[in-house]
Design a binder for this molecule. Structure first.
Ligand SMILES: Cc1cc2nc3c(=O)[nH]c(=O)nc-3n(C[C@H](O)[C@H](O)[C@H](O)COP(=O)(O)OP(=O)(O)OC[C@H]3O[C@@H](n4cnc5c(N)ncnc54)[C@H](O)[C@@H]3O)c2cc1C
Length: 410
C-alpha cells in the first residue's frame, strides 16, 4: 500500500487483545504509523478455549497472519441431553471447501503467538498502561501510567469489557451480569478418544455441556465447557475440576471422559457478563473495537471473532485518509461503525437471550421450552440458519473491503 506522506498519520491503539492486534496490523497495512499500547508486561491471552468462525480466519490471513493449520474445523450441532439433534449448522459448499467447516477449534495462546509474529517490530509496547485520554480537533493526548504522554491523530480503544476509552467517550454503564458461570478445559487426543471434526453443544434442563475438536501447534485434541446458572454475587470457592465433573456427569460420552482426562491445571472458570450495546462508538478522533465496543458473552463464541473483524475493517477504512483532517477522520470512523453496530449488537443480544432461555427459565416453563426446542424448527432457524448466515455475510463484506483497499492502493 502506498499512502502519500500527506495522508500518513499516527494511530494509537490501547490494548493488545485480538481487537488491538488485528487493528494494529490493518492500520499498519493502511500506511499509517501505529503504536499498540498494552498495560501488562506481555500481550497475554485470558484463558485457553476458543473457536473461530471463517470470517475472522479470512481477515487474519489478509492481515498477514499465518493461518495455515490453525485450529480444527468442525461441523456443529446442538443436541438435547438424550442426544436428539435440535440444530445442525449447515454451511455453504464454498465455505466448507475453503475453511473445512464452520467452527474452528483452537487454543487462544496459538492465536496470540501468530498475531504477535505478524506485528512489525516496534509496534507493540508493553508495560504501557493508559490512564486518561484528552482530545480536540487537532489531535489526541494519552496520559500514560508511567507519567509520559503519547500523542496521536486517532486513538482506538481495544481495551476490553472495562474499557477506559469507552468510559471516557460515553460515560460509565453497568455491567450486565448473566448470573452464569462457565468451566472449560482441553485435553490432547493421545489422552482420550472422541470423534474428531465435530462440535456438539448440548443442554439439559439447566446445564450446557459442550465439546469440540481442537488443533494446537500441530497436536489434535478436544476442548469442552460446562455452564450453569450461578448468582454473580456469590464468590466461587472450591475445586474447578470437581465442579466441572459434577456438571458434566449427566451428559452422554465423550463429555464426562473428556473432563476426567483433563489435567486440573488446564481447567478454568469465568463468570459471564457483558454490557448493553452502545448507540454510537466513535466520538471526535476516537473509536472503539472488540469488547470495548460490544462486550460479548462467551455464549456467542464469537467475541474474539468480531474483535478481529472490527480491527480489520477499521484499518481498511482508514486507508488513504488524511488523519490530520478532522472531518475526514470523523467521516471514516462513522463509516467504519455503521455496518458493524447492527451485526455485533445482534450477536451480543442473542447470546444474552439464549443464556436466559437455557438457564434462567422458571422451572414450570422448562418442559414447554424443551418441547418447543425439540419439536419445532425455532432453534434450527435461529442458530442453524439465520445467525450463521449473518456471520458468513462478513466474508462478502471482507471481499468488498479488499476491493476498495486495492483501488485505494493503486
Ligand atoms: C470462557 C470464554 C470463552 C470464549 N470463547 C470464545 C470463542 O469461542 N470464540 C470467540 O470468538 N470469542 C470467545 N470469547 C470472547 C473473547 O474472549 C472476547 O470477546 C475477546 O477476548 C475480546 O477481545 P478484545 O481484544 O476486544 O479484548 P481483550 O481480549 O479483553 O483485550 C483487551 C486488552 O486491553 C488491555 N488493556 C485494558 N485496559 C488498558 C489500558 N488502560 N491500557 C493499556 N492496555 C489496556 C488488556 O490488558 C488486554 O490485553 C470467550 C470468552 C470467554 C470468557
Amino acid at each position: 500500500m502506498s499512502t502519500s506522506p500527506r495522508q500518513r498519520g499516527r494511530v494509537a491503539i490501547i490494548g493488545a487483545g485480538p481487537a488491538g492486534m488485528a487493528a494494529a496490523l490493518s492500520v499498519h497495512q493502511a500506511g499509517h504509523e501505529v503504536v499498540l499500547l498494552e498495560r501488562y508486561r506481555q500481550a497475554r491471552p485470558a484463558g485457553n478455549i476458543l473457536n473461530l468462525w471463517p470470517p475472522p480466519i479470512k481477515a487474519l490471513g489478509l492481515l498477514g497472519v499465518d493461518t495455515a493449520d490453525l485450529g480444527a474445523p468442525c461441523d456443529s450441532e446442538f443436541r438435547n441431553m438424550h442426544g436428539h439433534t435440535r440444530v445442525r449448522i449447515e454451511l455453504p459448499e464454498d465455505v466448507v471447501r475453503d475453511y473445512g467447516g464452520g467452527f474452528i477449534g483452537l487454543l487462544r495462546p496459538e492465536l496470540y503467538e501468530r498475531l504477535l509474529a505478524a506485528l512489525p517490530p516496534g509496534v507493540l509496547q508493553v508495560n504501557r498502561g493508559v490512564d486518561s485520554i484528552e482530545q480536540d480537533e487537532t489531535g489526541v493526548r494519552l496520559l500514560m501510567s508511567d507519567g509520559t504522554v503519547e500523542e496521536a491523530d486517532v486513538v482506538i480503544g481495544a481495551d476490553g469489557i472495562d474499557s477506559l476509552v469507552r468510559r471516557t467517550l460515553w460515560g460509565d454503564s453497568p455491567k450486565r451480569e448473566h448470573n452464569l458461570q462457565i468451566f472449560g478445559g482441553f485435553v490432547y487426543s493421545d489422552a482420550v478418544d472422541a470423534q474428531p471434526g465435530v462440535c456438539v453443544v448440548s443442554h439439559t434442563r439447566t446445564v450446557q455441556g459442550s465439546w469440540t475438536s481442537i488443533r494446537h501447534k500441530g497436536r489434535n485434541g478436544f476442548q469442552w465447557w460446562v455452564l450453569e446458572a450461578q448468582d454473580a454475587a456469590v464468590e466461587f470457592v472450591g475445586d474447578m475440576h470437581a465442579a466441572a465433573t459434577r456438571l458434566g456427569a449427566d451428559f452422554p460420552q465423550p463429555l464426562p471422559q473428556l473432563i476426567a482426562a483433563t489435567d486440573p491445571a488446564d481447567v478454568q472458570r469465568w463468570p459471564i457478563r457483558d454490557r448493553k450495546p452502545l448507540q454510537q462508538w466513535s466520538k471526535g478522533r476516537a473509536t472503539l473495537v472488540g469488547d470495548a465496543a460490544h462486550p460479548t458473552s462467551p455464549y456467542a463464541a464469537y467475541g474474539a471473532g468480531m474483535a478481529t473483524e472490527d480491527g480489520y475493517f477499521l484499518g481498511r477504512r482508514l486507508a488513504g485518509v488524511n488523519l490530520s483532517d478532522y472531518q475526514a477522520v470523523r467521516a471514516a470512523l462513522e463509516e467504519f461503525e455503521v455496518p458493524r453496530k447492527p451485526h455485533t449488537a445482534r450477536q451480543c443480544q442473542q447470546a444474552y437471550v439464549l443464556g436466559q432461555i437455557f438457564h434462567h427459565a422458571p422451572a414450570p416453563l422448562r418442559y414447554v421450552r424443551d418441547f418447543v426446542l425439540d419439536r419445532t424448527p425455532f432453534l434450527q432457524k435461529l442458530i442453524g440458519e439465520s445467525s450463521p448466515g449473518e456471520i458468513l455475510k462478513q466474508l462478502a463484506l471482507i471481499d468488498d473491503a479488499e476491493r476498495a483497499f486495492a483501488a485505494e492502493s493503486s
